[in-house]
Design a protein around this ligand. Structure first.
Ligand SMILES: Cc1cc2nc3c(=O)[nH]c(=O)nc-3n(C[C@H](O)[C@H](O)[C@H](O)COP(=O)(O)OP(=O)(O)OC[C@H]3O[C@@H](n4cnc5c(N)ncnc54)[C@H](O)[C@@H]3O)c2cc1C
Length: 389
């Protein structure tokens, strides 16, 4: 078998890249190790920057997003008994859209099926070889049969645990990492959200976030210890703890119910450089992870794909390699800014177990400055709604 670009992974980055390339007439095959239903069942991100919405429009997969997505013009931050609104629209004229990652994935899968581009689900034991030659090879097992595809390029869109990054020799790869001393316990519930906009809470008992996926489905998070297990958290215990971290006025609007998903995610900042080895290019979580506090994971995957798709299209339409050669530098410049923002939001909003009295005073001063300064709120907004690409 032969194709132009083999994409490993059918998460948001692989599917979006596949769709943008297909629209430009570039042939792709997606190899995904899990089943389609498994991929669709993963509950993850939910806040889209305007740039990501624009890319989904370009990919022809934004009809449902525009009818069902919720446009948000700001967020609230609660601290020390008061809630403060950051007005994105007034500060920058921009907004974000709340639309679940599962829905983005479904729309992109439907769009891919509509154009008849191939995806192999349950493609096992994927291995990459000859990446520094002109004819890279991708081998995998499908229904117990060994298969091989020869291609021009491989896109490693296979997430943090994928085979893409692992195929880059250790002598070439440099990694940078920070692991935070806490996790997020998340609950998804079939109830209307507590408020129209997201509320980030810095409370003495720990961080909390009131988020949503739609007008009828809410997503709540609590900062928890890394050694806690999800089984220790009954729904009742979760709602009691969340209520303690909310101010009494907003707590009255909380609608509780049985959780339809409950999980603990550790928080990590991670970047792997360079994002290229020969004809292999990494995009999305394969190359970087951010703590979810800045709502950047899915959006960074989208901006990588914007750069990579343009570079590959340029390669096939006019034969230029300039975009591909410049991809790692361009993508990493934006990634590091998003890493900085996600780290800063995490520092500002969580309670760190080791923090000293001085650290706590610094956090309070940071928040006081943010609430009192239009310039500080504009800087937060520019990053939250997404830096240009
Ligand atoms: C539990 C969790 C919660 C999150 N919550 C948020 C949030 O609230 N807000 C936010 O902004 N971001 C969040 N994120 C991050 C966001 O979901 C990711 O940034 C986004 O999914 C990245 O997309 P991706 O396509 O690069 O990677 P992924 O979505 O991880 O997709 C990679 C795909 O590759 C496949 N794959 C892996 N290895 C192989 C292999 N060897 N062969 C073939 N296929 C393979 C995987 O099965 C998967 O389908 C969360 C992530 C996790 C894990």
């Amino acid at each position: 078998m032969r194709t132009q670009v083999v994409i490993i992974g059918s998460g948001p980055s692989g599917l979006l890249l596949g769709q943008l390339l297909a629209k430009a007439g570039v042939e792709t095959t997606i190899l995904e190790q899990k089943s389609k239903d498994y991929v669709l069942g993963r509950i993850r991100a939910g806040v889209l920057e305007q740039g990501a919405v624009g890319l989904l429009e370009e990919a022809g997969a934004a009809t449902r997003l525009h009818s069902e997505g919720l446009v948000h013009e700001g967020i609230e931050i609660a601290f020390d008994g008061a809630r403060h609104r950051v007005d994105f629209k007034a500060l920058t004229g921009k907004t974000v859209t709340v639309y679940g990652q599962t829905e983005v994935t479904r729309d992109l899968m439907d769009a891919r099926a509509a154009i008849g581009a191939p995806t192999v689900y349950e493609a096992l034991d994927v291995t990459l070889s000859d990446l520094e030659s002109e004819r890279p090879k991708v081998r995998y097992v499908e229904d117990g049969k060994d298969c091989e595809i020869e291609c021009d390029y491989v896109a490693g869109c296979d997430g943090f645990h994928g085979v893409g990054r692992r195929s880059i020799p250790e002598t070439v790869l440099r990694t940078y990492e920070r692991v935070y001393p806490f996790g997020w316990l998340g609950v998804l519930v079939e109830k209307p959200p507590i408020a129209h906009e997201l509320i980030y809470i810095n409370h003495a008992r720990g961080f909390a976030l009131c988020s949503m996926r739609s007008t009828t489905r809410s997503r709540y998070y609590l900062q928890c210890r890394l050694d806690e297990r999800v089984e220790e958290w009954s729904d009742d215990r979760f709602w009691e703890e969340l209520t303690r971290r909310l101010d009494p006025e907003i707590a009255r609007s909380l609608q509780t119910g049985p959780s339809i998903e409950k999980s603990i995610a550790p928080l990590r900042s991670f970047v792997a450089e360079p994002m290229r080895f020969g004809r292999l290019f990494l995009a999305g979580d394969a190359a970087h992870i951010v703590p979810p506090t800045g709502a950047k994971g899915l959006n960074l995957a989208a901006s990588d794909v914007a750069y990579l798709s343009r570079a590959l299209i340029e390669r096939y339409s006019v034969g230029s390699l300039e975009g591909l050669d410049g991809y790692p530098k361009k993508a990493l410049a934006r990634i590091w800014k998003a890493e900085r923002f996600s780290w800063w939001m995490t520092q500002m909003l969580h309670r760190f177990p080791e923090s000293s009295g001085f650290d706590q005073k610094m956090q309070t001063a940071e928040l006081d400055y943010l609430f009192s300064s239009k310039a500080a709120q504009t800087a937060l907004t520019e990053n939250y709604v997404g830096l240009p690409y």
